[in-house]
Design a protein around this ligand. Structure first.
Ligand code: 2AM
Ligand code: CA
Length: 261
């Protein structure tokens, strides 16, 4: 078992504390569902409360870092060290009582993701990765899949909604799905990436994402032996909204199928 680096210990402390609150709220949502109440405001509140707990813990240990967060925007600090926070990735799943969600923290140094965690408090799955130290889930080392025949591969993607739609997504889904085992739309970018790292999904692409959705997941995939680029194969950078991740073996196959864009 790999010993967790100090920053991962602190990230773990923050997400486990925040996770207790999310777990309680998830249970409450199940009650609200039954009463057919509007859950939107309740969840917005859960997002804000979770982020507050994360920030409180992290700022105690890293008072000088810059923070990029989904709910509170940017908190300016040191230019070298950025901590990226998504208090609930998979908010729509959360609203609907689907347990595929993650609290996501990533550290970015000089444009490179160096450390990250994803915690699903409902399934009690704690994923972490640090550059050069591998990708892990609940003390088990993660490795991407070895599947090479596209016909056996399961691919994740995000189905666009409202203003995140784009013209050629049906064509992309059609191109990819006709030759593979299936496409899954899990509804949380972080969980998709964790599943590529864990070898459950063989590839994943999505467009119009934010850095906080993908920071930790990208490092997990890389540290599990996978590859992350833009959908056209170019280098992914922290400003890129589009992503293609895979077990390496099928990367170019998916890339070609997305080439219509
Ligand atoms: P979220 O749950 O934190 O909103 C769903 O396909 C994925 O896209 C989720 O990771 C979701 O993150 C992310 N996403 C990014 N921008 C979004 C938006 N405007 N609306 C909904 N999901 C968005
Ligand atoms: Ca998100």
């Amino acid at each position: 078992m790999q010993i967790q680096p100090p920053i991962i210990n602190i990230f773990e402390k923050a997400v486990r504390k925040a996770g207790k609150l999310l777990l309680r709220d998830f249970g409450e949502i199940e009650n609200l569902q039954i009463q057919s109440k509007n859950i939107g405001d309740f969840v917005t509140n859960a997002d804000l409360k979770t982020e507050k707990i994360l920030l409180e813990t992290l700022q105690y240990y890293y008072p000088n870092s810059t923070y990029i967060t989904e709910e509170s925007g940017k908190i300016k600090g040191s230019d070298e060290e950025i901590i990226v926070i998504d208090p609930i990735d998979g908010t729509t799943n959360f609203i609907h009582g689907i347990p595929l969600v993650g609290i996501v923290l990533g550290k970015v140094c000089n444009g490179e993701i160096t450390d990250g965690v994803i915690f699903n408090p409902i399934l009690n799955e704690f994923y972490w990765a640090s550059k050069g130290k591998g990708a892990w889930c609940n003390n088990k080392r993660l490795r991407v899949s070895k599947r090479q025949d596209f016909v056996n591969c399961l691919i994740g993607s995000g189905l666009p909604q409202i203003n995140r739609t784009y013209p050629k997504y049906l064509e992309e889904i059609d191109n990819v799905s006709r030759d593979c085992s299936g496409i899954r739309s899990i509804g949380a970018a972080a969980i998709n990436l964790a599943y590529v790292a864990a070898g459950k999904l063989d590839g994943y692409w999505e467009r119009n994402l934010n850095l906080w959705d993908v920071s930790a997941g990208i490092l997990l995939v890389r540290e599990a032996g996978g590859r992350v680029t833009l959908p056209n194969g170019n280098e992914w950078t922290i400003d890129s909204p589009d992503i293609l991740a895979s077990n390496i073996l099928i990367h170019e196959v998916i890339q070609k199928k997305l080439k219509t864009n």
